[in-house]
Design a binder for this molecule. Structure first.
Ligand code: BGC
Length: 817
């Protein structure tokens, strides 16, 4: 199969949800699932359309509770296109006798094609070819072209091209008890001969969304035009019925061009007017496709990565494709973050989590302007984060675990365990570490781009306010002479409390504590690199006191990290060379889970939390983690940086600490999040190439094979998707952008012989990095304006490369067999 194609043969109702998610087309402004145009939400099909950052808040009753949730809104559906022959039944793949059925997603050009042949009850055979795009050139346009070829019949063909504003949010079965009526249809109508339009408003956020569609029908050589019949119209829905007499062997083409605007768009007066005008004035399908394909060509040029592994290459392309459909150059103008599940479905309500930690590194070295706009999404929500911190009695900024429209905490208070049918308290808002991720991204962005203005204008303020919050969250224990962070959750969502403690939260999560130290040190570094003028201004503006800065210093030297000696390790004693980092205080005292027994009983135990709860038990009782938690430290921090922190804290560090800790948690992790396999692939890359590759393949296949069982249909896993590409370039190829020097420290798995990609780095638009069997090369595209860069490779002196020059080095180290 080609590296640019995702293809599906046959029609399989059970797989339709996954295909719809993976065949979603979007442009960073809006996206539409790859649902059949004639379908409605009926349990098999779910034709969702989502506009970036268009959220709405609703209250629902769950038993005797009332809960409020904010969701990304399923926007009016622009797709509807149905047809029937001679007054018979409207075509549906679920009812017709399908002779062939194929769906192809062309990743290179962003086109979804459906090819099918069917026979009806009267023996009429019809061939249908459908192509669609959501324009990457004009973010307000989408188009659907349907060619119908009567093979052995002549007669009347009726086509209904519609717009549907009566959609609800019903894409996730777990949420179906909740209120999903986010849209209130407002007006609809026709404009001219061939345009229909519809406007709806979100009920509480009061955002207007307008769609307009121009439908044209041509037969034969395109000379004739079908007759536009009645307008079918009911509140919230509108359609054009077009009827035409067709002849066997002569194709009919229906072209539907849709335009979507919201009341938030710029450079318009009114969104329905804008939609009507854009649809009416748009070019035809082929011309739109040409512009759209060109826009994709430009994107792919900047996403170049080539790897001599066909399957990996194809899925990496797919992952970049879905990432860029969710956040693109068109997002830069919006106030949108990274929705964890893309604009591909309704899981997690379109919310923004810490997953941007896995997404931004890729964007930073390919599309820094997109990364910057995503960071600004966080910056605009500093007031909300400050208010949340104040409400918790703390200084600084407390970012919410789930963020949506205005930056308040959006995490649900109750969640449904589908295994037990019970609604349970959801404490995941205690994952304070999301703020650490924001700060981490700010700093890494600054390092890779050298964008001192961004740091001074926006980044420093976030970093300092986050540092302030964590410094305030830490409490000093006099007897230990250590700072502690109590009552939080780490990344591992299986542990939200202690079995014997009433209030939720765990203490001294190693990830949170160590990353707090990292952030406090970056806050100090930020104060040191800001121009004096700006530093004074900023400190005055946020009223940052000298004593607080001294506390940053103190906490960063005295934070508590817990270690323990695993069973079977050397006897406890003064020699620390047997300890591992403890996920949180008391983790090692929890019971060991009988993993083999659970695997035998349940097969797939990724969602062990649901299994245990349904059994009346809880993962809180066990040394069992949903996902990488301590290991996140090895993912984010180079070993030297971790060593530096531990030594600064006065803890012993030995080279065996990392591999011992990896082995310990690997045996105790169920990988209930797609992020987990990704992190494992990364942290194992130095020590165990084979295991690393196995986890890499698992992450690659997470969505294409729906490994988390049914979750892909509800939206793709964007963190894991972006993370796989990032893993290839930053981990396997070892590109490090920390400090003033571009470091290449490869650890290529044996399965990769050739790898090549291009980065943007500190003003250079083309840093071309390539690896062959026994050599590596770095080349700078000629660029008059850009400075020389310094490149460091282990065991070599630092070399300086000028624009237009390259440097080639033998590759001996860094290859794992
Ligand atoms: C994971 C979180 C992640 C969230 C959104 C959860 O299943 O445990 O780490 O942020 O999904 O992707």
């Amino acid at each position: 199969m080609s590296r640019w194609l995702l293809g599906y043969d046959g029609y399989d109702p059970a797989a339709e949800g996954v295909r719809e998610a993976l065949c979603t087309l979007g442009n960073g402004f809006f996206a539409t699932r790859g649902a059949a145009p004639e379908s409605t939400a009926d349990g098999t099909h779910y034709p969702g359309t989502y506009v970036a950052a268009v959220y709405n808040r609703l209250v629902s009753d769950v038993g005797d509770h009332s809960v409020e949730n904010e969701d990304i809104v399923n926007a009016p559906n622009w797709l509807p296109l149905a047809f029937r022959i001679g007054g018979g039944d409207w075509f549906s793949p679920d009812a017709a006798t399908l002779l062939s059925y194929r769906q192809e997603l062309d990743l290179r050009r962003g086109v979804l094609t459906r090819l099918l042949r069917y026979r009806d009850g009267d023996g009429r055979t019809t061939r249908v070819t459908q192509r669609r795009l959501v324009s990457m050139d004009d973010p307000h346009l989408a188009a659907l072209e349907t060619t119908i070829l009567p093979e052995n019949w002549s007669g009347r063909l009726e086509v209904r091209s519609g717009l549907d504003g009566r959609v609800t949010n019903a894409g996730v079965s777990r949420y179906r008890d909740l209120n999903g009526s986010h849209l209130q249809p407002d007006a609809e109508g026709a404009a001219g001969d061939d345009v229909i339009w519809l406007r709806a408003r979100t009920v509480s956020s009061r955002i207007e969304i307008a769609v307009a569609a121009r439908t044209r029908l041509t037969t034969g050589r395109g000379e004739e035009k079908g007759q536009v019949g009645e307008l079918s119209r009911e509140p919230g829905r509108i359609g054009h019925d077009i009827a035409v007499d067709v002849r066997a062997g002569t194709p009919v083409t229906v072209e539907k061009v849709a335009a979507l605007f919201t009341s938030r768009d710029r450079a318009i007066t009114e969104c329905a007017e804008a939609a009507r005008a854009r649809a009416a004035g748009a070019a035809g399908f082929d011309a739109l496709l040409e512009r759209h394909a060109l826009a994709w060509q430009h994107l792919w040029r900047r996403c170049r990565i080539s790897i001599d592994h066909e399957d990996a290459q194809r899925i990496l392309n797919l992952h970049m494709f879905h990432l860029l459909q969710t956040v693109s150059g068109h997002t830069v103008d919006l106030d949108a973050g990274v929705p964890a599940r893309g604009l591909h479905g309704e899981a997690y309500r379109g919310h923004v989590f810490w997953d941007e930690l896995f997404v931004l590194p890729f964007l930073i070295v390919r599309f820094p302007e997109i990364a910057r706009s995503l960071l600004l999404y966080r910056w605009r929500r500093l007031p909300a984060a400050r208010q949340a911190a104040r409400a918790a009695g703390l200084p600084g900024a407390m970012y919410p675990w789930q963020s949506g429209g205005d930056g308040r905490e959006e995490t649900q208070r109750l969640h449904l365990n589908p295994n037990s049918g019970r609604w349970l308290p959801d404490n995941s808002r205690l994952q304070r570490h999301v703020g650490l991720a924001v700060a981490y991204n700010v700093w890494r962005f600054y390092e890779a781009t050298g964008d001192a203005d961004f740091l001074a204008e926006f980044g420093a303020e976030m970093l300092l306010e986050i540092a302030r919050f964590f410094s305030g969250l830490a409490t000093y224990d006099r007897t230990l002479d250590r700072y502690e962070i109590r009552g939080v959750m780490g990344p591992d969502e299986y542990h939200d409390g202690y079995p014997d403690r009433a209030e939720p939260g765990i203490d001294d999560n190693a990830y949170t504590n160590i990353m707090t130290v990292w952030v406090l040190r970056r806050a100090l570094a930020t104060l040191a690199v800001l121009p004096e003028y700006r530093r004074v201004e900023l400190m005055e503006r946020i009223a940052l006191q000298r004593e607080e800065v001294s506390r940053f210093e103190d906490v960063s030297r005295k934070m508590r990290v817990v270690f323990h000696r695993p069973p079977g390790g050397p006897d406890p004693g003064p020699d620390p060379g047997g300890d591992v980092i403890t996920q949180f205080e008391g983790y090692d005292k929890l019971a060991e889970l009988d993993w083999a027994a659970y695997r035998r009983r349940y097969g797939d135990i990724r969602r062990l939390d649901r299994i245990l709860e349904a059994e009346g038990d809880s993962p809180n009782a066990y040394q069992a983690s949903k996902q990488a938690d301590v290991l996140m430290l090895f993912y984010l921090l180079p070993a030297e940086e971790l060593e530096d922190i531990l030594v600064r804290l006065g803890y012993p560090y030995d080279p065996g600490l990392i591999p011992r800790t990896i082995a310990y948690y690997m045996a105790r992790t169920s990988h209930g999040s797609t992020l987990s396999a990704l992190v494992h692939a990364w942290v194992l890359a130095r020590s165990d190439g084979e295991d690393s590759w196995r986890f890499f393949l698992e992450t690659l296949n997470a969505d294409v094979d729906d490994l988390q069982r049914g979750t892909t249909a509800e939206g793709v896993h964007l963190g894991a998707m972006a993370g796989t590409v990032d893993l290839v370039q930053r981990c396997y190829a070892g590109v490090e952008t920390h400090g003033e020097v571009l470091r290449l420290n490869p650890r290529l798995p044996a399965m990769i012989n050739e790898l090549r990609f291009e980065l943007r780095y500190r003003g250079h638009w083309g840093v071309d990095v390539s690896y062959g069997r026994d050599r590596m090369r770095v080349r700078l595209r000629p660029d008059g304006a850009a400075p020389a860069i310094q490149v460091a490779v282990p065991g070599r002196d630092i070399v300086t490369i000028q624009p237009g020059e390259s440097c080639e080095l033998p590759l001996t180290e860094g290859r794992l067999h």
